[in-house]
Design a protein around this ligand. Sequence first.
Ligand code: FES
Length: 144
Amino acid sequence: MACQNCVNRRDFLAKAALAAAAFVVAEGCGDGQIGPTAVTLGSGTTIKLADFPALATVGALVDVGHERAVMRTSATAFVALSKICTHQGCETSVTNNRFECPCHLSVFASDGTVVRGPSTGERISPLPKLSVTVDQAAGTLTIA
Ligand code: FES
């Protein structure tokens, strides 16, 4: 006697493949954003200005490690940015006062704006700015 509500092997595999494809599409769509919606860096870090002589120059973008870069904007002010690419989270390198991503070749200006998007053609967000606290007496920067 044949089962009336049973699914044969071929139908089962076809439905399983369709369900898997639907899951992948749903995961890929998310909230409509391309790349990570939030960049998570390690906890804040404190650096000594004396350890990074290039930070004595206004306008020089300096890799200070810990996935962060810093630029002095005046005698007493600094800007810090994440080095984590907003496309798919690769760590950029600081070269010629800009950020270059090795994964899909995006380039960001020293202020984090997108100069060139990834080779995959998606639109991406600028690099996020991070808060910086300057302790002039101690000669340190604490970067969130
Ligand atoms: S992760 Fe940086 S361009 Fe793709």
